[in-house]
Design a protein. Structure first.
Length: 322
């Protein structure tokens, strides 16, 4: 089966007053209909990873190596109409702040209908029907009335639902969600996440979901990928990673909470801070914060070790175990 998403040795650098090595050789794939939780503390490269899937990085200031494919198509090679079809048609994105996605001067119905007309070439009446159907699916109360509502007339949770309706209105194969819930209170957060999970299954979409919160990642993902300073340090099914975390960073995240994975657990509970990203790493980036680091960790890049099936970890300590 062709993976829905495939990153192959992806490297991203930003140029400017100082260089930032944001992603250092990412290898990761997602199968159709899978939900992947991308975890990592601030600056680990989660948003940059998502943005490469939509070609949203500033072209003059960023340098990319390796490949990013969606459904077998090399995203880097897209331009013009093919890129426009890709964005919003094949791949859709939702943000932490609905204001980034919703235009304040148009009603929610007009915005959804406009997107559907642009991507699907249907009439306004048919597009309005899709808008109504989508608002119903995301369980906005009184959806007919809400079609004619402006974003500022809605509550935060409702705006989030409207943004999801907009993002899914063209039935994308892949939905990217950049911390879609952190701006909301806990009850609304979990409702939105459960809704997203439900729609993901109903539409058979792939979802990559960025979060700082390990409990949220476990609750809503099939698979988890943990990033640290631009490197993928561990990935596997959510169940495996929680039951048998192997990377000291993942273990630290889980150990920081007595119950393992609990919602609200922030990833900054481990003492120390990530390294500057001015040079490409030539050793384990986590070594300075790792309680188990040895000289080997500081002298070479860690190997990626297959623990079982899909469970992979980038750590020198694992070479003694396999
Ligand atoms: N357009 C840009 N120009 C220069 N540097 C950038 C740009 N975008 C991101 N970076 C840098 O790339 C690194 C990774 O950023 P990214 O936004 O992916 O982190 P993140 O894991 O999503 O963090 P957060 O959780 O805070 O959103 C950071 O050091 C960031 O400053």
């Amino acid at each position: 089966m062709v993976p829905l998403v495939e990153f192959e040795n992806l490297k991203v650098r930003f140029k400017g007053e100082r260089t930032v090595h944001a992603i250092n050789g990412l290898n990761l794939s997602l199968q159709p209909g899978e939900m992947l939780g991308l975890l990592g503390e601030s600056g680990s490269g989660k948003s940059v990873t998502l943005k490469t899937l939509l070609r949203l990085l500033p072209p003059k200031r960023s340098e990319l190596e390796g490949s990013v494919r969606v459904n077998g198509t090399d995203v880097m090679s897209l331009s013009g109409k093919a890129l426009a079809r890709h964005r919003g048609g094949e791949v859709s994105m939702i943000f932490q702040e609905p204001a980034l996605a919703l235009d304040p001067v148009y009603t929610v119905g007009e915005q959804i209908a406009e997107t559907v007309m642009r991507h699907k070439g249907v009439s306004r009446v048919a597009a309005m029907d899709v808008a109504l159907d989508m608002l119903t699916r995301v369980r906005i109360p009184s959806p007919e009335r809400r079609l004619k509502t402006y974003p500022h007339e809605m509550s935060g949770g409702m705006r989030q639902r409207a943004m999801i309706a907009l993002a899914l209105s063209c039935r994308p194969k892949l939905l990217l969600a950049d911390e879609p819930t952190t701006a909301l209170d806990a009850t609304v957060q979990i409702q939105i996440l459960l809704l997203l999970r439900e729609l993901q299954k109903e539409f058979g979409m792939g979802v990559i979901f960025v979060t700082h919160d390990i409990g949220v990642a476990v609750e809503v993902s099939d698979r988890i990928a943990v990033m640290y300073a631009g490197n993928l340090v561990e990935s596997g099914t959510a169940a495996e990673v929680i039951k048998n975390p192997r990377h000291p960073y993942t273990k630290g995240l889980l150990a920081a909470n007595l119950h393992g994975a609990v919602k609200g657990q922030r990833l900054d509970a481990i003492p120390g801070s990530p390294p500057a990203l001015e040079t490409a790493p030539d050793a384990c980036s986590f070594a300075d914060r790792c309680p188990q680091a040895t000289n080997r960790c500081r002298s070479a890049l860690p190997p990626v070790v297959d623990i079982s099936g899909q469970h992979k970890v980038a750590c020198v300590l694992e070479t003694a175990n396999v």
